[in-house]
Write a protein that binds this ligand. Structure first.
Ligand SMILES: Cc1cc2nc3c(=O)[nH]c(=O)nc-3n(C[C@H](O)[C@H](O)[C@H](O)COP(=O)(O)OP(=O)(O)OC[C@H]3O[C@@H](n4cnc5c(N)ncnc54)[C@H](O)[C@@H]3O)c2cc1C
Length: 450
């Protein structure tokens, strides 16, 4: 048996797990099948530009992901709003802002924002406030909530088509990657309570000011190297025998580790494929979680068409767009990345059709875009962007104990209580490594000294 702890998967969960084990004094090897770190949140080159596979947003309340950013020394590569401020554009040229004023505590901070939200009629704004107060009474930890759907709850609490489409869906679809009519009420309650309603500062929006790969791959590699973690890229774990013996296949052949600590930070299907004995555990059920797609339409204009760093949209095929000009390295013109979550209806549509539709959508939202020339446009599709965060999925998400000796589970799909997000990935790693290290409950969830 070696002293080396083996972390399988170089996504955010694997990176965080490897760092925490190393920070606790363990020798660690991190095995990643792809030639890069970062997992589902990465960048690629297109000519001179660095393009993210999909815009990744977090909120101020994402403590664990923000810990990871700090641990990677990447805090200065991030934008985090001083105060929540989301411009919302409508296809008919009207716009509003979902923003909070300084010094107003929760939940009054949101009531104020809703009462000023001019894309709803005055009576619908009051309706929305009542909806927010109803959401605030929910306990995200109540297991019964997960059997219900957000859309049903909203209608039961007086919400109409206008408040759902112009308000609740903007946030729910983006954070749950599913329409309110399908999404789990428990996960929605988590988003709205933790993210918006319990603490005034929680929803301040954050995102990377540089290509995602600079943070999740380059900075991560630097931090892992400095912590003494042996990072083996291009190493696919082929089999893990309970006990635990890990076999990984890389360019130089098969390597084997006998260890008492394996953290499997890979998707459930990959965990089952590598470790057949998991079929007898709760991981088998997680294979039923399914997947939901995200499509991004990337548009480069010959000139600046908006001063907005990002915006949400209603009554438009565009859900959100982000200005990625500086982050991508574009020297002239403007590059907007459009994010389409819950993209089942778009994921198989030919690129040229999507580009036509979404460029027209941007022209409706941004008058200057209608006059500008599109110098490049392309589509990225992530068919399995997140698990399908539908009602009834909470029971399919296992905790960090795999049920097999020496093997722990991590990954955004495990039972963190959070939606499938970067925060969930890092949280899962903290829980799994705390348990693997046998930390007393008083020290669990804490950041270990570097
Ligand atoms: C387009 C898109 C947009 C998103 N937007 C957001 C957002 O705005 N905000 C947000 O918080 N989250 C967002 N997410 C979700 C977020 O990216 C994920 O929740 C998170 O990155 C998952 O991290 P993870 O480490 O759990 O898993 P993964 O990132 O899936 O990492 C698993 C790793 O394991 C590796 N692996 C698999 N099998 C093996 C094997 N046998 N051997 C070795 N390695 C293996 C994989 O190559 C991968 O690198 C988005 C995702 C996508 C795709």
């Amino acid at each position: 048996m070696t002293e080396t702890a083996v972390v399988v998967g170089g996504g955010l969960a694997g990176i965080a797990a490897a760092l925490r084990l190393a920070d606790a004094g363990r020798q660690v090897v991190l095995l990643e099948s792809r030639p890069r770190l970062g997992g589902a949140a990465f960048s690629f080159r297109r000519g001179e530009l660095s393009i993210d596979n999909g815009q990744h947003v977090f909120l101020r309340c994402c403590d664990s992901y923000r810990w990871l950013l700090q641990r990677l020394g990447a805090e200065d590569q991030i934008v985090l709003q001083r105060r929540l401020d989301i411009p919302v554009l409508r296809g008919d040229g009207r716009s509003a802002r979902l923003s909070r004023l300084p010094g107003i505590p929760a939940p009054a901070h949101l009531s104020g924002a809703l009462l000023r939200y001019s894309l709803l009629s005055p009576s619908d704004r009051l309706r929305a406030v009542r909806g927010a107060l109803a959401l605030r009474r929910l306990d995200p930890g109540d297991p019964e909530l997960d059997d219900r759907r957000l859309g049903d709850f909203l209608r039961e609490h007086g919400q109409n088509a206008a408040t759902i489409s112009a308000l609740w869906a903007i946030i729910a679809t983006a954070t749950l990657n599913l329409s309110p009519d399908d999404a789990s009420l428990a996960l929605a309650a988590k988003v709205f309570r933790t993210g918006l309603l319990d603490n005034a500062a929680a929803a301040d929006v954050g995102y990377s000011a540089v290509p995602l790969g600079e943070v999740h791959s380059v900075a991560a590699r630097r931090a892992l190297d400095a912590a003494g973690v042996e990072v083996l890229l291009g190493h696919r774990v082929q089999s893990i025998e309970p006990g635990a013996t890990v076999h990984a296949h890389g360019r130089s052949g098969v390597r084997t580790w006998d260890t008492d600590t394996v953290v499997l930070a890979i998707p459930p299907e990959a965990a089952l494929a590598s470790t057949p004995a998991l079929a007898q555990t709760s991981v088998a059920r997680a294979a039923g979680l399914g997947a939901a797609p995200i499509v991004n339409v990337h548009v480069v204009y010959d000139r600046t068409v908006t001063e907005l760093a990002f915006a949400a949209a209603v009554d438009s095929p565009v859900q959100w767009f982000f200005d990625r000009t500086a982050a991508s390295g574009l020297q002239r013109g403007q590059y907007l990345a459009i994010t389409v979550s819950a993209a089942d209806d778009f994921v198989d549509v030919p690129s040229q059709t999507l580009i036509r539709r979404f460029v027209a959508g941007l022209s409706q939202l941004l008058p200057d875009a209608a006059d500008a020339e599109v110098v490049d446009a392309f589509v990225t599709r992530e068919r399995r962007a997140t698990f399908r965060q539908a009602a009834g999925t909470a029971v399919m998400r296992p905790g960090c104990r795999s049920g097999l000796a020496g093997i722990w589970l991590a990954g955004s799909w495990t039972a963190t209580g959070w939606p499938d997000t970067m925060e969930s990935a890092v949280r899962s790693a903290i829980t799994a490594t705390d348990d693997a290290l046998g930390l007393p409950s008083s020290r669990r969830g804490q950041v270990l000294a570097a």
